[in-house]
Design a binder for this molecule. Sequence first.
Ligand code: ADP
Ligand code: ADP
Ligand code: ZN
Length: 215
Amino acid sequence: MKLILLGPPGAGKGTQAKRIEEALNIVQLSTGDMLRDEVASGSETGKKAKDLMESGNLVPDDMIIGMISSRIDRDDCKNGFILDGFPRTGPQAKALDELFAEKGMTLRYVIEIVADDEAMVERITGRYTCDECGSGYHDKFQQPKVDGVCDKCGSTAFSRRADDNAETVRARLKAYHEQTEPISSYYSEKGILRKVDGMAGINDVTAEINDIVRS
Ligand code: ADP
Ligand code: ADP
Ligand code: ZN
């Protein structure tokens, strides 16, 4: 099954993608994670992306489309994948359609996690991630069972993203409304858009998504 998760920064795309990944045995493809790996490795792509990401702006479409095109050809995508953070612009959505047509793939659902801007600032500024396994946590909304220890892998090392500050969140929300939100109607016209309430609790959002993907 091939899915897209759409939604503003902080809506819960990464959190839900990891759960769907396990439930459906498909892989999460996060363009944000891929770009952060490029930045960390100091590659040419990473050098071009770094400042744009830190200021909360989108990176160029062609950079992202090339990354996704080669990624979905890999073996671990055979059983399906969930796109988290891609597409984010009209041209990316059209390019994805072309890629799927070339590769004989079908997009099953686009799940839009709908959430309020104001709540997203608190979500983003409280977010942190396990360095070892990438599990996501929140200072208030998703604490590990044992303070300072990852539930999944037991690691005690965590990180916060350079772009997860209140100022950058505003820029990212602006980019979302101007460039990403319009693609929701593009998928609605195709009849594959499903909306879920991202202001609900994490488990309730998972339950809503499960209902959709199992229908
Ligand atoms: P996105 O990938 O859409 O930017 P994340 O999944 O990283 O969002 O979630 C942002 C932060 O909010 C994380 O710290 C996560 O633990 C927390 N979070 C995710 N979903 C919810 C929710 N439904 N209610 C409260 N907090 C949430
Ligand atoms: P969020 O948790 O805010 O949804 P992501 O991790 O998905 O953030 O993305 C972080 C940053 O990486 C974005 O602000 C943007 O600079 C860049 N980025 C990620 N995916 C894309 C994309 N599909 N198109 C353009 N830029 C992207
Ligand atoms: Zn961990």
